[in-house]
Write a protein that binds this ligand. Structure first.
Ligand code: C2O
Ligand code: CU
Length: 532
């Protein structure tokens, strides 16, 4: 008899193995020491066996913008096929990617605020998939709940059977599903990625991620850099085997059987090759003008501290104009930016403060060796400035503590449950259970969530909502430089705390919130809230 995942967990708990482990007591304590050549990142480094290219030799690819297959008065309709593709990521080698339309990153979707976008996803892969629009205010049945799977095309109707992992799946599509996004939300940089129960880490790692941008009139009138000077940058780390394949330490690399990773990677998988838009340490020629970069950290486990080398002679390196949830109230200057997994920073870089001919490297101060570099800009020529950074960007009303109707506490740590001898990542000591509701906010309410991370860093993401960060780091802190205005993901340092004012706007129903270290997420650091 095959035990369900839930039964596994119960047995382990009954056996008394479910005690909280003290920091680093898992038998692989070295992984907690941060001695992974990646300061500020949870995880273990998996080195590439393949020869990696000389940095800054490969031109930056820009993901293609997808055209709708048709549009009508009410919506724009798109079609995406999830399938295997072959990409030349490392020169001379072919990498098998699992991509939206077979490419990695997937095509960029550009939507208009308030205009419904319908995306027919067709699953030509060999495993179930789930699509989540990260940052989208989406009704629950289209949000990519982890067990709401689209089965591979041509697979016979499988009902609620087990198919990899131990969770019960809810089949929403046999081969295809139309995800409908109302997108009744301001201009912002969103992204879509796989969210399959137990297998999000490997499926994103193989390439299932892309940008989805929302545009609106408010943003357009600002005069920010646009067109070729508005560039999305998806930053992620990967490791490659000798033949150029993605190297991921799955227990079952087919992703059809046992979920999970080899025990030494339970804390996170860190690669030593940094990709931007799917290319290793690429280079981009720019004019000596303003550019808008939509930075996304799409890594499984790596956090970055981004800086420019050399910094500009005058002015800040980055002027942030947007965050996860859209435009800031006003521009915010940074010399460095810490970006945790799934966070977005919309920044303007002013290349006019560099002489033509300058090479400007985007570096990662949290990384060592090959992971310390990200990409390079070459200020190749003069350009005409057509854009500006206005002093005011968007209307923004800060929520106040007194608006919160309910206060909740969530603790993200390792311990509380085991599976197959591995100590899982949990929320309030509980592993993910699709049937357990951990919070039941009322539609329209504002709640105060006090969240705490233990053992390691945890970037915490809440589906459906946008929230405001009141404090980070505990004490009488403030939101810090990286949590301005509307967020959907907040980075907790090891032992760190944050207070969030969460507005439960939009739709009733059940959604997840979880750690966006994808190994933590797959190893059960996820919980449910139901908007009632
Ligand atoms: Cu970006 Cu629940 O995920
Ligand atoms: Cu985590």
């Amino acid at each position: 008899m095959k035990l369900s995942r839930k039964e596994f967990l119960r047995l382990s708990l009954a056996g008394g193995a479910g005690l909280f482990l003290p920091f680093g007591a898992s038998g692989c304590g070295g992984l907690f020491s941060g001695n992974n050549g990646a300061q500020g990142s949870a995880g273990a480094l998996l080195k590439s066996a393949a020869k990696l290219p000389e940095p800054f030799t490969i031109p930056l690819p820009i993901p293609p913008v997808l055209e709708p297959v048709h549009t009508d008065a009410s919506a724009d309709y798109y079609a995406i096929t999830q399938k295997v593709g072959r990409a030349e990521i490392l020169p001379g080698l072919k990498t098998e990617v699992w991509g939206y339309n077979g490419i990695f990153p997937g095509p960029t979707i550009e939507s208009r605020r308030g205009r419904q976008t319908v995306i027919r996803h067709r699953n030509e892969l060999d495993v179930p998939t789930v699509v989540h629009l990260h940052g989208g205010k989406t009704p629950p049945e289209h949000d990519g709940y982890p067990t709401d799977v689209v089965m591979p095309i041509g697979r016979r109707k499988s009902g609620h059977g087990n198919h990899g992992g131990h969770a019960e799946l809810n089949v929403i599509g046999e081969g295809t599903f139309d995800y409908k996004y109302p997108l009744d939300q301001p201009a912002a940089t969103l992204w879509y990625h796989d969210h399959r129960m137990d297998f999000t880490g490997p499926q994103v790692y193989k390439g299932l991620a892309g940008f989805h941008l929302i545009q609106d009139d408010e943003e357009e009138v600002l005069g920010l850099p646009n067109g070729e000077r508005d560039i999305p940058l998806m930053i992620c780390d990967r490791s490659f085997t000798e033949d150029g394949s993605f190297n991921y330490p799955s227990l079952d690399p087919s992703l059809k059987g046992e979920p999970g990773v080899e025990p030494e990677y339970m804390s996170g998988v860190l690669g030593n090759c940094i990709l931007v838009n799917g290319a290793p340490w690429p280079v981009l020629e720019v004019t000596n003008t303003l550019y808008r970069f939509r930075l996304l950290n799409a890594s499984n486990a790596r956090r970055y501290q981004l800086a420019l080398d050399p910094p500009p002679r005058e002015g800040a390196s980055f002027v942030q104009v947007g965050s996860d949830g859209g435009l800031l109230a006003k521009p915010m200057k940074h010399d460095k930016i810490e970006v945790a997994q799934a966070e977005r920073f919309d920044v303007i870089v002013d290349f006019s403060s560099y002489p033509v001919g300058t090479e400007v490297t985007l570096i990662n101060e949290f990384g060592a060796d090959s992971a310390a570099k990200v990409m390079r800009f070459v200020v190749a020529r003069e350009g005409t400035e057509e854009s500006r950074i206005p002093p005011k960007l968007a209307d923004f009303r800060p929520l106040s503590r007194s608006e919160a109707t309910v206060e909740r506490e969530f603790r993200f740590a390792r311990g509380g449950a085991q599976m197959d001898g591995m100590t899982l990542w949990t929320v309030n000591g509980e592993p993910f259970d699709p049937d357990r509701i951990d919070a039941d906010p009322e539609l329209g309410d504002v709640e105060l969530w006090k969240i705490r991370g233990l053992n390691l860093e945890h970037p915490i993401h809440i589906h459906l909502v946008r929230f405001q960060v009141l404090t980070v780091g505990g004490g009488n802190g403030d939101a810090g430089p990286y949590n301005q205005c509307w967020k959907d993901t907040v980075s907790l340092s090891s032992g760190g705390e944050a207070e969030l004012l969460v507005k439960f706007d939009g739709y009733r129903g059940k959604y997840v919130f979880h750690c966006h270290n994808l190994e933590h997420e797959d190893m059960m650091m996820m919980a449910n809230f139901e908007v009632v």
